[in-house]
Structures are given as C-alpha cells and as structure tokens.
Write a protein that binds this ligand. Sequence first.
Ligand code: SAM
Length: 413
Amino acid sequence: MTSNPYPLGLRLHGRRVVVVGGGAVATRRLPALLDAGADVLLVAPELTPALRAQADAGRLHWVPRRFVPEDLDGAWLVQVAVDDSMAAASVSAVAAERRIFCVRADDRTAATAWTPAVTRHGPVTVAVLGGGDPRRAMTVRDAIRDLLAVRLAPDGIAGRPDASSGTTGGRQAGRVALVGAGPGDPELITVKGWRLLTEADVVVADRLVPGLLLDELRPDVELVDASKIPYGPSRAQEEINQILVDRALAGAFVVRLKGGDPYVFGRGGEELLACAAAGVPVTVVPGVTSSIAAPAAAGIPVTHRGVAHEFTVVSGHLAPDAPASLVRWDALAGLHGTLVILMGLKNLAAITATLIAHGRSPQTSAAVVQEATTGTQRVLRSTLGEVAADLLAAELRPPAVVVVGDVVDALDG
Ligand SMILES: C[S@@+](CC[C@H](N)C(=O)[O-])C[C@H]1O[C@@H](n2cnc3c(N)ncnc32)[C@H](O)[C@@H]1O
C-alpha cells in the first residue's frame, strides 16, 4: 500500500544540497535550488553548457568525477539526476543510511522525496504532487497558474501582512510600479507586469497601452487615463508624477502602465525620480519595446548574421535641424547597421533627406510598421529615398516605427 506524501516547504538557504548528475535533468532542477539559496554541490564527470556556466560563475561547487559516499557529508537533501539506475540506487542507499531525503529522477517509487510541479506568483508558491504521476501534477499546476494569473486577489490567497517587505496581505501598499505593457498585443506584457497589474489599487495608463489589459481590471480599481490630463506635455507629466506620489503616499499600490518599455522614450526615469524624491518605493518592470517588437512583427530582425551587427534606436520627434535636437543625424548616416526611428512620421521627409545628404544610400531598404502586434497592423516596404512619399500615399499614421537598413529584406526568401 502506498501512503500519501507529506508536503513541506524546504528552507534551503545556505544548506548543502547535493546534485548527482550533470545532464538535462540536473539542468532543469538546478535553478529552483539556486533560487532557494541552497549551497549546491554538483557531482558529475561532465556538465551541460548551462550547468558549466553556473559553475564558472561560482554559483555552485562542481566536483568533476563520479559520486563517492563522502559527497553527502553535511547534506540536507540529495537529488539524483542520472539515468543509470545502478548508480542512482547506490546514491540513494548512502542517503538512506544517513537519513537524508533523496529525490530520484530515474525511479520515483524508489525515492524518499518527490519534487512537485510548481508555479510562483510573487510571495505565493503553489506546489502540486500528482500521486506519483508528474504529468498529472503539471496539468493541475497549469490550471492553477492560469487561474492565479487572472485572479490573484489582493486580499485573498496572498497571505498575511508582512511588515518587512512593505506589503499588506501580499499587496504592495504605498508603492509604485512602472510597468511596461508591451507594444500593443495584450499578451506581450510580462508575467510580472501582469501580476502587478492584477494587484493594483490605482492604474495610471498611457494612450498606447493595450486596451484589453485595462478591460480586465477589477471594478474597484481607480483608472487614471494619463492621455486625458489637460495642459501641455510638461505640465501633464508633472501632474502624472503628482498623482503617482499622492496615491502611493495615501497607501495605494499604484501601477504606472506604459506602452512598450518604460525607459524607452517613455519618461519613466522622470517618474522614478519624482517618486524617489517623495520617498515612495518604486519597482520597474521592463517591457517589450516597440523598437524591436514592431520590426519583428513585420518579419524584420533588427540584427542578422552577416547583415547588421548593430541597431540604433532614435527618436524622430524633432526635425534634424531643430535647435533642441540631441541626435547626430550626420553621424547616424555613416553607420551600416539598422536604424529604428520612433515618433518619426511627421519629420520623416527631413530625416531621410538628412541621412541621404550625409552619405546613406537612397537605395537602402526601409519599412514602416504601424500599430504593430495589433489587429490593425500595417507594413509598408520601400527605400530610404522613397519612404517619406510612400508613407503619405499609403496614409500611414502613428504609432509607427520606421526601420532603415539591409535587415528589412534579410528574411525575404
Ligand atoms: C513615446 S514613444 C514610446 C515608446 C515605448 N516606450 C516603447 O518602448 O515602445 C511612442 C512611439 O513608439 C512607437 N510605437 C509604440 N507602439 C507602437 C506600435 N504598436 N507599433 C508601432 N510603433 C509603436 C511609435 O513610434 C510611437 O510614436
């Protein structure tokens, strides 16, 4: 008769865990052990490149030979990640003699401990054991993960107040998160960004933020539409900074949701400084930036072997001859690589003329990608010499990214 396992959360920080084997299974098991702060001793004659990189970086101790019983000296746990069941059995026999729990990749029935399928949501860890069937465990885990991604309620599952981490009930009270929402497709927000959004009391959102993300907010969340704040751009930014600070100081968890990445032409730095000046803690969650994602969505890699070894992202919101422009268009014209221009439609004729005047060939391939990654994405392919006129004829409009360089044709068959 088999009895049910007894679930535990092992606190492995600084404790010796021995991993025997240096192949694919060990490679998969190691990150969670390192994440738990375990003092890992890896015993294996050879390692996968990923494990080797961890060893070279000093994140574990590697003993490049086969297992000997003394390897378990001082160990709290052993993970046997070898295919050879004779070798595995001899490790688990030594472990049993010393009363050390032993996980076996080759034979779960012979193991004294099982590793669960796990999903992590901030401070919450859900571990699922499938009665000895790892696939069942993973199926249940996936269902729970999907449920939590949508519904991780701030006052529900997340736990008790935790003064040391500044959270209450798992919530991040009195804080701001600058979250990149990605370029347009709501599925291109990061997992962390999405989780923080589901925990927010207040969401301050930009115009370019995918609407569907906002559609799914809880009804009690205060939504501030930053694009509707009156005044000019600089007063409006001050106003946004003030809203972030005021709401956070009043105890709310504020998510500042920004299109793409918060630090790519997103004024995220100014918001961080305003919060810091007011003593409000800030978390920054990077996002998928349109400067890379928009070309990708149009089938254009920003770099390609043998074609481009660099890409430069530049704002075209000021004309090349504008006194306030910080861009050396003449120098950019001398580069061979990829140029990605954001906010450049209005000034595109002047920009392309300047690049050509300083030596970039008018035959260089160019493309414009409008509303990338959304259902209304449009792509125009042209050349540096023609793109400004083609853009007008095709009536493309912002938001759009312009890509200049040989990469535009790199993946054409
Ligand atoms: C103020 S900048 C913000 C950029 C953003 N932080 C990012 O990382 O993508 C706005 C510009 O980004 C570009 N952009 C943003 N989303 C886009 C999309 N879905 N398709 C094409 N261009 C986009 C356009 O050039 C637009 O004018």
